[in-house]
Design a binder for this molecule. Structure first.
Ligand code: KG4
Ligand code: ZN
Length: 338
């Protein structure tokens, strides 16, 4: 089954053709990073406008690269939640138009489910059940993936998401947008023990995270240094901050795996590209004989191939939308809302 998938939840306009949920025939991503860089973050209104401009060309290119036309396609899939509402609406309406004009089924896909599915493309033999750490710009979740469409959130952030914390801390250090990836590179050259930062926990909810205090601690240390006329070493602060975030993520994730008896661990989302997170999890999983699945770097951040993968499994469960499908800005991963 060949699915044409569309993704426009944030600042990437993407289209892909994926066969039977596992084989990427083409994947095209048009990034808007350069456009948002001068503002230090994504400007929703600009994102929506750029999606409108890019979506037809990106989709045509995905079809061309797969040497396919709409007659060879069996279904249309689209990210419909969660994300920037204006951005999501562009993809949803474009996909509805395609489905209406071709008569093909329309498959609505939850953004976080698709991040998890990126791993089905990287590992052809990976099947649920497993425990997944989903860490992106908007979410930090520990999720029991009982089946492809049966997921349960067991831990989440109480405030900032890990990616958001990386981006905000990076900004406070003067690191250009998108901060996470640049901070990761600078951290490789820094001393992770140079600055003392907390490892926040959430009382009574051992799998939950809280990152906003950590981000404030960085801002305070920068402020204190500047009041004394000093300048902090950005490489050392990046390394110290990255270690603190990764400590929190790894501690809760491994603890949850032990308690809930999972030995198959998967990570997903933009922050799963973080080099320290990947190394630390490899070490921890090796020690405990856990099987660890790390998505290919190109599949960690937003793309449409992952949407096409998850859509295949949603289709098996008859999760098909009609023309009343709408975009939804906020939706839990375990909510089954079309
Ligand atoms: O999944 P994603 O592309 O978009 C959302 O669904 O939010 O994730 C983007 C987030 C951004 O916050 C970005 O800074 C972060 O992922 N990110 C990283 C790295 N690469 C991307 N954070 C830390 N280290 C990285 N190497
Ligand atoms: Zn994402």
């Amino acid at each position: 089954m060949k699915i044409l998938s569309i993704e426009s939840s944030c600042d990437e306009t993407a289209a892909a053709i994926v066969e039977d949920g596992r084989k990427v025939l083409s994947s095209v991503v048009a990034s808007q990073v350069e456009e948002h860089k001068i503002y230090g973050g994504v400007v929703p209104e600009i994102a929506s406008r750029r999606h409108i401009e890019a979506i037809s060309g990106v989709t045509r290119e995905a079809l061309n690269l797969a040497k396919a036309d709409l007659k060879n396609i069996d279904a249309i899939a689209v990210t419909y939640a969660p994300g920037l509402i204006g951005a999501l609406l562009v993809g949803v309406n474009f996909a509805k138009g395609l489905a209406l004009s071709t008569g093909l089924p329309l498959i609505p896909v939850h953004h976080l489910r698709s991040h998890i599915a990126a791993n089905y493309l990287s590992y052809k033999d990976l099947e649920p059940p497993f425990l997944c750490l989903v860490v992106s710009g908007g979410h930090s979740h520990i999720i029991e993936v009982k089946d492809y469409t049966d997921l349960k959130v067991i831990g989440k952030t109480r405030d900032d998401a890990a990616g958001e914390a990386f981006d905000k801390a990076a900004r406070s250090m003067g690191i250009p947008y998108p901060g996470g990836v640049h901070l990761d590179r600078l951290a490789e050259k820094g001393n992770p023990n140079a600055f003392k930062l907390p490892r926040p926990t959430v009382q009574g909810s051992e799998y939950d995270f809280s990152f906003s205090g950590l981000k404030t601690a960085v801002i305070n240390q920068i402020h204190n240094a500047s009041q004394k006329g000093e300048v902090i070493n950005v490489e050392d602060m990046s390394a110290s901050f990255r270690l603190a975030i990764v400590d929190c993520l790894v501690n809760n994730f491994v603890k949850a795996a032990i308690h809930l008896k999972y030995n198959k661990l998967v990570i997903a989302g933009g922050v799963s590209a973080n080099s320290l997170l990947r190394r630390r999890l490899q070490e921890e999983c090796k020690k405990r004989n856990f099987n660890l699945y790390l998505p290919e770097l190109s599949l960690c951040t937003d793309n449409a191939a992952m949407v096409g993968s998850q859509a295949y499994y949603e289709y098996q469960k008859n999760n098909i939308a009609d023309m009343s499908l709408n975009a939804v800005a906020t939706m839990s991963i375990d909510e089954l809302d079309k």
